[in-house]
Design a protein around this ligand. Structure first.
Ligand code: ZN
Length: 215
């Protein structure tokens, strides 16, 4: 895509959107009320709204290398707090993808400078699930499984947060979902992880003194 094309594309997009709904931009400017928080990878192929069939205003999006929610990362934490506490989203999605370069990099013995601490979060996921992963002899299958386990662990990092526990334990929302995007087929796969069950099992460690009404 040439640089100048972007602005031509933008003009066409404005015409198309205004053509099907003359008040489209008026409504867009009135505010946002998204029901979904999508935490995905920065990979250019994981276009959150497009793969979900969503339109502007539907999804609050955060993307970083390998869709991480590290425990002391103020960036992703701020996104979760804003989405859960202020926007009152109904669903929090962590979406990984097969063939993730960040996950691949964390499986290799390489010094990647400033990216080392970021990718260490994925190495920690590997360590937590070392027995399962090392039992998978096929390297591609092990890579796919690490992508899935990374999604699960990042979702667990969300449910460790007070802001999520407070709302979930009183309202039963937002639901947390772990997804994987398979770019070879275009499919979005729901890993169907039961986070309420996981919360029950880890709560004695991560209990932040929030309400227990629904547990
Ligand atoms: Zn990726």
């Amino acid at each position: 895509m040439e640089y100048a094309e972007i602005f031509e594309n933008n003009r066409k997009w404005i015409a198309e959107k205004s053509g099907s709904d003359k008040d489209f931009f008026k409504h867009l400017a009135e505010g946002q009320n998204p029901e979904y928080l999508f935490i995905g990878c920065s990979d250019s192929r994981v276009t959150a709204e497009e793969i979900m069939g969503a339109t502007p205003g539907d999804v609050f999006v955060h993307r970083n290398i390998a869709n991480l929610v590290p425990n002391n990362d103020i960036n992703s934490a701020s996104v979760v707090v804003y989405a859960v506490e202020h926007l009152k989203v109904k669903h929090v999605v962590v979406c990984g993808h097969y063939l993730c370069g960040g996950v691949k990099a964390a499986m290799q013995s390489r010094d990647l400078g400033i990216m080392n601490p970021w990718l260490r979060t994925i190495r920690d996921v590997y360590r937590l699930h070392k027995d399962e992963l090392n039992a998978i002899k096929d390297e591609d299958a092990r890579y796919d499984r690490l992508v899935e386990l990374n999604v699960e662990e990042q979702c667990i990092n969300v449910i460790k947060m007070a802001v999520w526990q407070k709302r979930f334990l009183t309202e039963g929302a937002p639901q947390v979902h772990g997804w994987v995007f398979d770019m070879k087929s275009g499919k979005l796969i729901d890993l169907k992880i039961d986070f309420q069950k996981i919360l029950s099992s880890i709560r004695e460690i991560y209990d932040l003194g929030t309400s227990t009404e629904n547990l």
